[in-house]
Design a binder for this molecule. Sequence first.
Ligand SMILES: NC(=O)c1ccc[n+]([C@@H]2O[C@H](COP(=O)([O-])OP(=O)(O)OC[C@H]3O[C@@H](n4cnc5c(N)ncnc54)[C@H](OP(=O)(O)O)[C@@H]3O)[C@@H](O)[C@H]2O)c1
Length: 229
Amino acid sequence: MHKNILIIGASTGIGFEMTKLFALNKENTVIAISRNSESITDFENLDNVISKNIDLASLSLKTDLEQFLNSFPTIDYVVFNAGKLINKPFLELTEQEILASYNINVLSAFSVFQVVLPKMKNPNSHVVTISSMGAFQGSVKFSGLSSYSSSKAALTNLTEMLAEEFKDSNVKFNCLCLGAAQTKMLEQAFPGYQAPVSAEKMAEYIVDFTLKAHQWLNGKIIPVSLSTP
Ligand SMILES: NC(=O)c1ccc[n+]([C@@H]2O[C@H](COP(=O)([O-])OP(=O)(O)OC[C@H]3O[C@@H](n4cnc5c(N)ncnc54)[C@H](OP(=O)(O)O)[C@@H]3O)[C@@H](O)[C@H]2O)c1
């Protein structure tokens, strides 16, 4: 059956791999949102991927998204995968850096979900948020990641809140707290570290989880990690 799948943060890393995997099923339409226009041209030869450049940090985010999604009356699955990592000692963080990480990692999720949730009318709709092990309660923490990990923790909590508020609707909400996967963001957080999991392998898990897990889970925060970090 045809499904509309929205991926927020699709241009690189795990989101890029997810977009290609979702698109393997030609019955799916994959709606791929990113800021970066260069890597998104890589989807041009996938005829069931519709990509759009929208900056999550833009003041016109809600309007931009509403206008673009006008032609999609229903959305079945959403993966909120975008993320902004700042790796800097706490005392050196600028206000701009703190705001930027909170803006991309959690505040933009409010806008995205306010636009998208009214379109999630089909039974068995599923929202998956992509958080981090650094935001998982009781996990090992790493210096320099205070704005990143604390903003991801807010996204994690927002997922639980939405699961409660929409528990009588068609939509389920779950959050995946990822461990290390080999991407440019990981290199920024832990320079030189080799993750045991590739971006593609992590994407495989998320795609499978998005399509199936809402049959059993709602409002769950799930660690997805083979290593520390
Ligand atoms: N890799 C890991 O080890 C790891 C571990 C824990 C959690 N995570 C989480 O997993 C997710 C994917 O991470 P990744 O490693 O694949 O990172 P990545 O390669 O840096 O990808 C991040 C994605 O977010 C998008 N994005 C960032 N700022 C944006 C903005 N202002 N507007 C629109 N899109 C924006 C990027 O698009 P542009 O390039 O176009 O800006 C890109 O598609 C992130 O949420 C990250 O926090 C990753």
